[in-house]
Every structure is written in structure tokens, then in C-alpha cells.
Design a protein around this ligand. Structure first.
Ligand code: 13P
Length: 337
């Protein structure tokens, strides 16, 4: 991957040539839920085996420019003693690390403020020395009758901006993730409004705190209908509304926008991304940082058994390849068969 001398080069490297990010930073409880769905016990070894299998997939190369890890994983070795980080680097991807520490409720309406600023300076120092070159912080914005409140938006975007500044002081690229949740029966217009308020506030605060936008990656939600909405916006509307919203608030010199999948199906996540890149007309790379939408098929194929590894790796490789094509608008549904 040559010499990457500064955060701007790192950010550009991660999203070069349509590459995206594999989000494999599920906390242990979340990983437990995923493993429950396939009847596998979640422990240090099974989590290591699963992630080692993913990181050794052939389709990582050329399609994945970064992998987000959880604290446990960045310290783990493969079965043969190779640090998992080295496997990722050999695939041409950079290791990243989730640094937020979960959600604290605000008020009674189910909103939350992401925690993790305390002690962050020390943790960042260690993560850099362990090999991390980028980081992730997820803020969660809930949509509802009178939601999101200004308090939830401002306090979460402020924490994101403080985190981003600190990460850049440690020579790593911050991914800023203001996730407007799909949960609920809200319309696409309501999602647009919540996303617009969040992005507007976030980029103002990043600017206020002197964060270098050229060394930052945005990980947003797409603008969609709520998952329980009676009428669902179609692919073209999601693509148009998402681009419209991003163009209003995202500075031109941001290197990459890498979407979360947020509970969308594998195919929807790819089709939406492809539709946006077919429309074009923006300066940033528009790519993916999917967790579930990259891993679901691989997890189902794996089922905790070593003998299923190659099938599972094929499933991950396929999704990574399809999403890379979508990142330059050259995917089509016919390629899925
Ligand atoms: P999903 O793509 O499964 O939403 O996960 C991405 C992620 O990293 C959420 O923080």
C-alpha cells in the first residue's frame, strides 16, 4: 500500500478505486446476538475464528480498503499465530478501531448520548501503537413524533466533533457516524429532516473545532422510509433524497462518504449505492462501510463450522465485489446470479 504519510493520504487510500470498508466492530453483546441467530456460542475463540475467516477471504483484496475492529479483535492472533491486523494489511486494507463506548439514555423518549470521551486520549495512543490508522464513533439519532430533539442532535454532534479532533491529534482518520435510525414507521421526509439537521450541526461543529475535513470520513445513513412505514420509498427516491441531503451539508473536500447499511437488505444496500453513483454530480467518493450487509450471507454460510469457511468466504467476497461495483455505478441486478 506504499507509504501513507498523513491522515489525508490514509483517508484517500481507504476509499480509492471504489473500495469500501468492512465493519467488523460488533461489540461482544452484538456479536452474541449475531451468533445466536446461527446457534453458535459467542466466546473469544469463536469470535476470533469467525473474523479470521472473514479477513482471509479472497474478495477482501481490491474491494475493501479498511476494516473496523472491536477492541478484542485488534489484539487477537489467528490460529497460526499471525496477528489478525497483519492479515488485514496483507489484503491491502487498513485496520481501524471503534472507540465509542455505548449509549447513555437522555430523557424518557428513547434518545441517547454516545459515551467514550473520558480516557479517550490514552486509548487512542495505544490503538495507534497497535496499528490502527482510522477510528469510528457512532452517534444514534432516533426518529419519532417529536424526535429527534435538539438536545439529542446537538449533544451527539458535539461529542462526534470533539472525538474527531482528538483522533486527528493522534494522527488517525476519524470516521464520524451520525446514524439516523431506520426503526419506526416514519416517512422518508421525516428521515430527510432528521438527517439534514444532524449533518448541518455536525459539519458546523467540525469546522468550529478545527477538524481537517480532508482527513475525515463520513459514515451516514441513507435517507429512507422507516422500516415499519406503510409506504416505502423506492430505490430512485432513496438515491435522490440521499444525494440531495448530502449535497446540502457535506463539504466538497471531504474524501469519502461510506454508508452504513442500518438493517437494509443486502440487495437494497447495493442497489441504493449503485443508483446514487449512477446519478453522480458530487466530489466525494461514495462508497460503503457495511456491517450486516457485507456479513449476513457469510455468517449464514459459516454456521460456526470450519468446513464451511470457503463457502462463507465466497459469500463475503461476492458482496464486497458487488458493492465495489456499486461504488462506481457499474453494478446491475443481473450480476447477482
Ligand atoms: P451496519 O452496516 O450493520 O448498519 O453496521 C455498520 C456499523 O458499523 C454500525 O455502526
Amino acid at each position: 500500500m506504499g507509504d501513507l504519510n498523513n491522515i489525508e493520504e490514509v483517508a484517500n487510500y481507504i476509499v480509492a478505486d471504489g473500495k469500501g470498508i468492512l465493519a467488523a466492530d460488533e461489540s461482544n453483546p452484538t456479536c452474541g446476538k449475531r451468533f445466536d441467530s446461527i446457534g453458535v456460542d459467542s466466546n473469544e475463540e469463536s469470535r476470533r475464528d469467525y473474523r479470521e475467516m472473514l479477513f482471509r477471504s479472497e474478495g477482501m483484496k481490491g474491494n475493501i480498503g479498511g476494516v473496523i475492529l472491536f477492541d478484542e479483535t485488534i489484539r487477537q492472533e489467528a490460529e497460526d499465530g499471525t496477528p489478525l491486523i497483519n492479515i488485514i494489511l496483507d489484503q491491502g486494507a487498513l485496520p481501524g478501531i471503534k472507540v465509542d463506548q455505548g449509549l447513555k439514555p437522555i430523557g424518557e423518549s428513547g434518545e441517547s448520548l454516545t459515551q467514550g470521551l473520558e480516557g479517550l486520549d490514552e486509548r487512542l495512543k495505544e490503538y495507534y501503537s497497535l496499528g490502527a490508522r482510522f477510528t469510528k464513533w457512532r452517534a444514534v439519532i432516533k426518529v419519532g413524533d417529536l424526535l429527534p430533539t435538539d438536545e439529542a442532535v446537538v449533544s451527539n454532534m458535539n461529542a462526534l466533533a470533539e472525538y474527531a479532533k482528538l483522533v486527528q491529534d493522534h494522527n488517525m482518520v476519524p470516521m464520524v457516524e451520525p446514524e439516523v435510525l431506520m426503526d419506526g414507521n416514519h416517512s422518508i421526509d421525516h428521515c430527510f429532516e432528521a438527517t439534514a439537521r444532524s449533518l448541518d450541526c455536525l459539519f458546523n461543529l467540525l469546522d468550529d473545532k478545527g477538524v481537517n475535513i480532508k482527513g475525515t470520513i463520513l459514515k451516514p445513513n441513507m435517507v429512507t422510509s422507516g422500516s415499519e412505514a406503510p409506504i416505502k420509498a423506492d430505490i430512485d427516491e432513496v438515491a435522490n433524497q440521499t444525494i440531495k441531503c448530502l449535497k446540502m451539508y457535506v463539504p466538497d473536500d471531504l474524501p469519502g462518504v461510506t454508508f452504513l447499511s442500518g438493517g437494509q437488505s443486502d440487495l437494497d444496500s447495493t442497489a441504493h449505492l449503485d443508483a446514487m453513483n449512477k446519478i453522480g454530480g458530487f466530489t466525494w467518493k461514495l462508497s460503503f462501510s457495511y456491517g450486516r450487509a457485507l456479513q449476513q450471507a457469510a455468517l449464514k454460510a459459516w454456521m460456526g463450522k470450519k468446513e464451511n469457511s470457503s463457502l462463507a468466504q465466497k459469500a463475503l467476497s461476492h458482496r464486497a465485489h458487488m458493492n465495489r461495483l456499486a461504488s462506481d455505478g457499474s453494478w446491475s441486478a443481473s450480476l447477482e446470479n
